[in-house]
Write a protein that binds this ligand. Structure first.
Ligand code: ATP
Ligand code: MG
Length: 339
């Protein structure tokens, strides 16, 4: 749905986007992750036809971004970094104005606006003046704006920035819902956000693409191994040997209890060995009382990596300096992925 090839953007001698290539497939929600200044907004502005590239190609829904930007804009709903709302208009007036601007036919306008109002949960404020809305509601109106011409693709630049935790949760749920009908490219520097909403993630740092994968794979690549915890009953030595023979199992640590035994198994990264472990138990008639795969959130992984820098940055602070620390994080993430 979106194809980006060797895209580069320079501002003078500063390279904001450096030879990046990626695709967004139809129907997916792709997370575009990176620290401040990574080049996320620049890339999005190029894709939406608001900014020329220095070199490279980009196509949106088959249309060339550089030669056919009018058609590209029809396919895209774009939520820019700073939502440019007209503060003196009422919400419904604003959306009417925007629908008109986007060429929604007079006949369809009311219905499309109604739909957008409903989807974004802004019906109750439709008669309110935009300038008097809370930030969360303004963001929702911005989202309603992106979809009023029923585009196939939504490009959302940090849609949850500046919202309170409640609003963040609501907007995330809304985006997930929108993902059922639209292809979405979403930028953020918040890891849990990506993990919650996105099927796939691209990470850029200093203009360069440093990783492209599913959130799950990124985690397992980072960790190198997946850990499975077992509680079992039966002949300890045999079970341990049996587990060691399961494909993908790297190591088995066991605790020989009188009644039940505990095992901690490390398996290949990215490989889910649970089914084969289960079969080993069935084939040998051992009793499996519990099997649990250790799950790590992307945030925990990032936290682990950033903790040192964060502790240094915030003396005695419980909260890591996420925005500051993440710069280090993405590079460490990259070197880990490469290594
Ligand atoms: N108009 C401009 N002129 C010069 N440099 C610019 C311009 N716009 C952006 N840049 C630079 O390009 C780089 C990428 O900026 P961009 O806004 O794309 O980053 P971002 O990933 O969106 O960051 P953030 O998370 O802070 O929004 C930054 O170093 C920025 O300073
Ligand atoms: Mg930005």
């Amino acid at each position: 749905m979106i194809q980006v090839e060797h895209l580069t953007k320079r501002y003078g001698d500063k390279t904001a986007v450096d030879d990046i290539s990626f695709q967004v497939h139809e129907g997916e929600i792709l997370g575009f992750l990176g620290p401040n200044g990574a080049g996320k907004s620049t890339t999005m502005r190029i894709l939406t036809g608001f900014l020329p590239a220095t070199s490279g190609n980009a196509k949106v829904a088959g249309y060339d971004v550089f030669t056919d930007s009018l058609n590209v804009r029809k396919q895209i709903g774009y939520l820019p970094e700073n939502v440019p709302l007209y503060h003196e208009m009422r919400v419904s007036e604003y959306l009417m104005f925007r629908a008109q601007l986007k060429g929604v036919s007079r006949k369809e306008r009311r219905a499309k606006i109604q739909e957008a109002l409903e989807k974004c949960g802004v019906i109750e404020v439709q008669n309110q003046i935009v300038g008097t809305l809370s930030k969360g509601y303004r963001q929702r109106v911005g989202l309603a704006d992106t979809m009023v011409h029923d585009p196939r693709i939504l490009i959302l630049d940090e849609p949850t920035i500046g919202l309170d935790p409640n609003q963040i949760r609501q907007v995330r749920a809304l985006i997930k819902e929108l993902g059922k009908r639209h292809t979405i490219l979403l930028s953020t520097h918040i890891l849990p956000e990506v993990e919650m909403i996105c099927g796939r993630v691209i990470i850029i740092n200093k203009g360069k693409l440093v990783a492209m994968d599913t959130p799950e794979n990124l985690i397992s690549k980072l960790r190198g191994v997946a850990t499975i915890h077992l509680e079992a009953r039966g002949p300890f030595g045999q079970i341990k040997a049996g587990l060691e023979g399961v494909p993908g199992v790297l190591s088995v640590k066991g605790e020989d209890g009188t009644e039940t035994h505990r095992f901690v198994i490390e398996t290949d990264k990215g490989r889910d060995a649970r089914e084969e472990i289960f079969r080993a138990f069935v084939d040998n008639s051992w009793v499996l009382l519990e099997m649990k795969k250790e799950t790590v959130t992307l945030e925990e992984v990032f936290h682990q990596i950033t903790t040192r820098e964060a502790e240094e940055a915030v003396p005695g602070g419980e909260e890591p300096a996420f925005k500051g620390g993440i710069k280090e994080t993405v590079s460490s993430l990259f070197s880990k992925i490469r290594g």
